[in-house]
Write a protein that binds this ligand. Structure first.
Ligand code: SF4
Length: 309
């Protein structure tokens, strides 16, 4: 079934009324309007989904569980339609490597036709070529490419030619807007200047800094590297928009448009086993029973948050 496409989607919450256009990515917040609690949109603003834990790379810092779990196509589509009707604005696919999900293009097409959700994904980027990329371009609103260091730093981590990554990113130009996710640790920090030059030359829309986390095979960023990173951010005056993961944003001048919409009102994650979590880093969550994703959300809201050690 094809649902009528809304050009502009409306969401209500503690910050006011938010108008969103998935095609352009434009957000307009009307914060003069105070929305009573009972009228707040019920679904999180954004949902990320680990479609599969399978990946054809084996990065030294990988956070994803090393198993072959894969999310059920029909169940996921049902959950996304429910979230869409409860005013969720967008879905972000990850993994593992989301483009290795067997029915990936079909899934994106169904979401495009049957919901008004914006579709984004985080990918290693090496599958983005040929007819797959062409078909994807009609269904995907934004792509995040993982890039940990440049040249030999990248190749030591990803075991793939950096020149191939550059080709893949260049081929996105004019086809799908994209940003770069840059994992920061002791090995990659020295390549930041070159990496941002590349981002600027390829017209990346965003450069997301992701200090390494102690999850899966990852180790926490050390304090010296974090200090160098903060200095680098403070000195940056280029034209690509910088972002940083929320847990590392202290002591930095940041712009947070929706300051009151927090926690599960703002974001939730579904892992490849169909478990709803507060974040992809959490170990525990609520198994979504059949179509009852809103029920799982209610239970999760009553649970205390996990802390990362
Ligand atoms: S970090 Fe990403 S690309 Fe690398 S092994 Fe893990 S899932 Fe695959």
């Amino acid at each position: 079934m094809v649902v009528p496409q809304q050009r502009i989607k409306l969401r209500s919450g503690p910050d006011g009324l938010l108008f969103f256009d998935r095609q352009s990515g434009i957000n307009i917040l009307v914060d003069e309007i105070k929305v009573p609690l009972e009228k707040w949109s019920k679904a999180p603003r954004q949902i990320s989904v680990a479609l599969t834990n399978i990946c054809d790379l084996s990065c030294s810092h990988c956070y994803a569980p090393k198993d072959t779990s894969e999310i059920d196509f029909e169940k996921l589509l049902t959950w996304l339609k429910i979230l869409d009707s409860n005013h969720c604005l967008g879905i972000g696919f990850g993994g593992g490597e989301p483009t290795l999900y067997p029915r990936f293009l079909e899934l994106c097409k169904s979401i495009q036709n049957e919901t008004n959700l914006a579709i984004t994904m985080t990918t290693h980027g090496h599958t983005l070529y040929g007819s797959f990329l062409e078909k994807l371009s009609k269904k995907m609103h934004f792509i995040r490419i993982s890039m940990d260091g440049v040249d030999s730093t990248y190749e030591a981590i990803r075991k793939r030619p950096f020149s191939q990554l550059l080709q893949r990113m260049a081929s996105l130009k004019g086809l799908i807007p994209f940003g770069i996710n840059y994992m920061v640790n002791t090995a990659t920090i020295k390549d930041l200047d070159r990496a941002i030059e590349i981002a600027e030359s390829l017209e990346a829309r965003e450069f997301l800094l992701l200090p390494e986390e102690p999850v899966g095979k990852g180790k926490a960023i050390d304090s010296q590297t974090k200090y160098i990173l903060q200095e680098w951010i403070n000195n940056y005056s280029g034209k690509v928009r910088l972002s940083i993961s929320e847990r590392h944003s202290e002591n930095l001048l940041t712009c947070i448009p929706l300051v009151l919409e927090k926690g599960l009102n703002a974001y939730a994650h579904i892992d490849a086993k169909g478990i709803l979590k507060r974040t992809s880093f959490d170990l525990h969550g609520i198994k979504i029973q059949d179509a009852d994703i809103m029920g799982a959300l209610d239970i999760l809201k009553r649970r205390p948050e996990e802390t990362m050690t």
